[in-house]
Design a protein around this ligand. Structure first.
Ligand code: NOJ
Length: 554
């Protein structure tokens, strides 16, 4: 058992992800700014936040909203200036909130100076900084790999007479990590930001950095109902060698943390990635996210699932990090639909659903990562037309669905259900025009429900999701059992209730969360001798949960 006093600062805090384009616009142009984040530090503090992950705000053509970086050493003018960033880092530190930068190191923008040079010829200084291959004899792409955003993962470059690899959009060419100069350039960037005083890094798409030794076709999409082709470059042997080098060059000797984004890794492999011999402090693995969506992430072919499937995935990650490594708990991020829709298959109030998820997130073992707006309990937005979406992946998934034979309405329905833009609509601060996000029309439509679901309204309602998240955040931060205690699943077979027990020294805390819209009975012995610490619907009796109710006992 880990002792509370031995936890690092990032293990005993709450992390919050900010999508800066949609957080707060201080210039009234319809897109959020860094100054907007600085203006809301008090708000983050009220949620017990000690680390704020900001998605990329570097100079970028914004094909993928900043995940296509043109220059890692400058701030995109749409967000503000480097002075604004320095100010945010400094003001945050005064409040005990450290900035976590997003490092996009699998690929750059095609507008990055490195790529601009690389594509010019086969023998310049940057020629080998990306993944270039000759065409097959018939002129076609070197392999049949599909990019994650749809279509071939290869793009032809006339000037070089070669194809380059892009795991994501064609404007996001993959870097060649085999080249030591590439690795050094990337580690220098991370050190530049660490020297500025950021508290850590979220490392984007890290499982794709190592390419296979042999570039060979995978099974075709759709064979046996599978869609495997985009996994050809995920989690390849040898990847950890690069990441150990990364850790030694950047992380070692600093009081920061690194959290990797690791699609393609599951709980059984976590010991290689985090903990004693690992390369990161935490790893976002997606097994629980894949429960509703399916691991192939084809939106028009969602999975059928039950609550026990979700519980198995969450328990496996907990168990894998029980004695080694640390778990980043999350139900949302900027790539996922809203969790109130994603993790429930029943009717019922979104506010109650948000509170159920909040209870799990804020009392489980690990570092909770909240995503902006999650604490207000939004649902997905009410998209009516595919042209309303901005996201490059949503458009690709729509086309894919059409290619699979779905009609317009069904292809749209798949996007409405899973689109990343559901998480990217402007933050809802008030019931004013544009939800208090901006005085100008925002880059994405404001959610229809902002008139009732907004920070201002929820701040004056003690039964709101926001009040619940604040209450549980405060409870977590003052309760050693919640910070450091062991985690044991309870009621593992229940298809209604997700429950677990945290134990530390002589104390224990029990969380019971009813994911169904029906009353759920449980054995009152589970909470015998304990008192109700928090109830999402007020007072509660041992032995039964109301529909969509969560209770915490200790
Ligand atoms: C994962 C990021 O979270 C996502 O938003 C982005 O599109 C891809 N990586 C590519 O960088």
């Amino acid at each position: 058992m880990i002792r509370c006093e031995d936890l690092a600062w990032w293990q005993k805090t709450i992390a919050y992800e900010v999508y800066p384009k949609s957080f707060l616009d201080t210039r009234n142009r319809g897109t959020g700014t860094l100054k907007g984040i600085t203006a809301k530090l008090d708000y983050l503090q009220s949620l017990g936040v000690g680390a704020m992950w900001i998605t990329p705000c570097y100079k970028s053509p914004m094909v993928d909203n900043g995940y296509d970086v043109q220059d890692y050493y400058s701030i995109d003018p749409s967000f503000g200036t480097m002075e604004d960033m320095d100010e945010l880092i400094a003001r945050g530190r005064e409040r005990g909130i450290r900035v976590v930068m997003d490092l996009v190191f699998n690929h750059t923008s095609d507008q990055c100076a490195w790529f601009q040079a690389s594509k010019k010829s086969r023998n310049n200084e940057y020629a080998d900084w990306y993944v270039w291959r000759d065409a097959r004899e018939d002129g076609s792409a070197p392999t049949n790999w599909r990019s994650i955003f749809g279509g071939s993962a290869w793009e032809w470059c006339e000037k070089r007479g070669q194809y380059y690899l892009h795991t994501f959009a064609k404007q996001q060419p993959d870097l060649n990590w085999e080249n030591p100069n590439v690795r050094k350039a990337l580690f220098d960037i991370a050190n530049y930001w660490a020297d500025k005083g950021v508290g850590g890094f979220r490392i984007d798409a890290i499982t794709y950095i190592k390419k296979p030794v042999v570039f060979a076709d995978g099974p075709a999409d759709g064979e046996d109902g599978l869609y495997p082709v985009h996994n050809a470059t995920a989690n390849q042997p040898g990847i950890l060698d690069y990441l150990h080098e990364f850790k030694a060059a950047v992380r070692d000797g600093r009081d920061i943390f690194m959290v990797g984004e690791a699609n393609g890794v599951d709980a059984s492999e976590l010991h290689n990635w985090v903990g004693e011999d690992g390369v990161f402090d935490l790893l976002f693995e997606f097994s629980h996210m894949h429960v509703p969506m399916g691991a192939a992430e084809i939106w028009c072919r969602p999975a059928t699932w039950t609550l026990t499937d979700l519980k198995r995935a969450l328990a496996a990650s907990q168990e894998a990090t029980a004695t080694n490594g640390w778990y980043p708990a999350f139900f949302e991020n900027h790539d996922q639909p809203r969790s109130t829709v994603n993790f429930f298959q029943c009717d019922g109030s979104l506010a109650n659903k948000a509170k159920v998820l909040g209870a799990v997130l804020l009392t489980t073992r690990g570092t909770p990562f909240l995503y902006q707006g999650e604490e207000l309990g939004y649902g997905n937005a009410d998209w009516r037309d595919v042209d309303e979406f901005d996201d490059v992946q949503t458009r690709a998934q729509y086309d894919f669905a059409k290619g699979e034979g779905l009609d317009d309405a069904d292809a749209l329905a798949a996007c409405v259900r899973f689109s990343r833009d559901n998480a990217r609509t402007p933050m809802q601060w008030s019931d004013g025009a544009y939800a208090g996000f901006s005085a100008a029309a925002p880059w994405l439509p404001v959610h229809d429900d902002h008139a009732v679901c907004n920070v201002e309204a929820q701040e004056s309602d003690p039964s709101s999701p926001l009040a619940w998240y604040r209450e549980l955040a405060a409870l977590r931060l003052k309760t050693p059992t919640l910070l450091a205690g062991d985690w044991t699943e309870l009621m593992g077979e229940s298809e209604q209730v997700l429950a677990f027990k945290r134990t530390y020294e002589d104390a224990c805390v029990v969380t019971l969360a009813n994911f169904s819209n029906e009353p759920a009975a449980y054995d009152p012995a589970l909470v015998e001798g304990l008192t109700l610490l928090a109830g999402s619907q007020g007072t509660a009796e041992p032995g039964v949960l109301r529909p969509l109710e969560a209770t915490v006992w200790g």
